[in-house]
Design a protein around this ligand. Sequence first.
Ligand SMILES: [Zn+2]
Length: 277
Amino acid sequence: MRILISADMEGISGIVDWAQVMPDCADYGQGRQLMLGDVNAAVNGAFVGGAEAVTVADAHYLGRNLLLDGLDTRARLQSGSPSPHGMLTGIDDQPPYDALVFVGYHAMAGAKKAILCHTWSNTTVSGVWLNGQAVGEIGLNAMTGAYFSLPVIALTGDRVACLEAQNLLGAGVEVAVVKQATGRYAAECLPLGEARERICIAVSGAVRKALAGNGPKPWSVAAPIALEVEFFYPEQAERAFLVPGTERRSGTRLAYEAPDAMVAYRAFRAMVGLGRG
Ligand SMILES: [Zn+2]
């Protein structure tokens, strides 16, 4: 079984603030080390569960957060940006992957008691819907995984991100809760050893289940996909409206009908990129 791990940063153990996840900030170096620890726990879990190959896609910001010299040497690293598949870079590799694992993921924009909740851009997007279903990055990336017939079998993050994943993708997704938020920038964090043990247990269990044929199915969204994006400000919607085929639903909301998940993913990323300005 070949596993692609998509690693974001906001849902990593011990991280509670932008200062730990943005390269210009004082605590970013510490954030990178914390990220490596969680990712290595997931890599180890995948191999403990029986995976034969693991690739890690560095999925936060510019994709240059994970330090290769600290990464488990059994794993390959997809690093840098821009790349065609964004947070799922490598997903079209050959031979194909069998399953996805999301590490360090966070809840959708506007979530309650969720560390650093947002959807792609903290200053641009306030909401996203796929066929009327509210989603964040978990849903957008799960939808794109399903385009490649890949299920999300495990996810790590704070309690609300893990609940979001199970509510959306089904209770069969193994989760590791590494912190519980009391607010957007405050959480009770597990000791690192315990958090990483939980990650290893969740991922190894998920791989075992998948190998036994009992894992979750890919999260397919019925096509054509009605994508709606709500922006914080009208000028962001006006810039994003340059994407051909978009329809303006209100001052701040655009709609787009996509024939499949890959077009929906690309259209969404184009809208955010333009809207951000
Ligand atoms: Zn991120």
